[in-house]
Design a protein around this ligand. Sequence first.
Ligand SMILES: [Zn+2]
Length: 332
Amino acid sequence: MYYTSLEYFQKKYDSCERKYAFCAATKEEHQIWRKAAALKLQEISGIDRCLKTDAKAECIKTENSDGRKKEYWIMQTEPDVWMPFYRLYKEEIENRKRPVLLFPHGHGGGKETTVDTAFAKEMADAGWYILCPDERGSGERREFPQQAENEEMRRGNSHRELLQLAIGFGQSVIGLAVWDLMRLIDLAESWEDVDSERIACAGMSGGGQQTLWLAAIDERVKAAITSGYFYGMRDSLVSLPQNCACNFVPHIWETMDMGDMGAMIAPRGLFIESGEKDPLEGARGLENVYPQVMTAKRAFALYGKADRLIHSVHDGGHEWRGNGMREFLERM
Ligand SMILES: [Zn+2]
C-alpha cells in the first residue's frame, strides 16, 4: 500500500485560480496584462533577484569550420558567474546588419548540441549570428557532482543542485537561465553590425522552455520557436513530477499556464512544434496541447495577426523536426 500526495496536488491545482491567466478583450488590455504578467514571472522565477554586473565578454578563440566562423566566447552574467557560448556565422556578408538567433540547448549536453546542428549552419549561411550558450548547470557550467568527462556525465546536468541552491533565495533554474539569455541579448545589441530589431530565439525541449520564458518576458525577442515544450501544466508537469528540476518554479501553478505565456508573445512571432507521440505532453497527448495553443491564438487574433502564430505538428515523439522554421524566421 502507498499513501501518496500526487492526487492531492492535482486536485489542488484544479481548484486554484491562475491569477495571471490571459483574458484580455482588446489590444490595450493585452498590453497592460502582458506587462504585469512579465513582472510576475520575473518575481516568481527569481529573475528580479539576479545581480547586474559588468557585461565583460571576450572571444577566446576562433576556428574556421566549413567556410563559417565558429567563435568561442566567455561572458560574465552575474558577479562571478561566467557563461561560455559559441557565435557561429558566415563571414562574407556585405555591409548589412545581421539578425541574431539565440539557440539555447535542452537536456543531454551543452552548447555543442546546438551549434553543430544542420539548423544552426543553415541559419548562419543565411546571414544570421547564431548564439549557442551553455545553460546554467550544463556543459562547462556543471557543478562539482557532475564534473566528469565521460559520455554519461557530459550529457547530464546540475539542475537539481542549482534548484536546491536557488530556491532558498526564491530563485529557480529557469530564472537563472533566462537572466543569462537576457544578458546575452544585451551583449549582442552592443555589436555594431547587429540589427536589434531582428532578434529571435529557438530551442528544443529545455531549449524550448528557455525560449518560451525568455520571449514571454523580454520583448526584444521578436520571434520565438519552441519545440517539444508547449502543453498544459496540469497533465504534464503536475502529473509528471519526475521531470527535471528546472521545470518547477515557486507559485507557477497559481500564476499561469503555457498558453498564457504564448499569449504574452503576441503580436510578435511564435512557432510551436509538437510531436504526436511526445510523452512529456502527458497522458492525453495533443489533447493537452491544443487548448494551450488556442489560448495563445486568442491574443494574436486581438491584433489581427493570427498568421504570426504557427503550430506545426509532426508524427514523432519528443524531437525537433524543424519543418517551416527557417521560412518563419525569415518572414518575421
Ligand atoms: Zn533540467
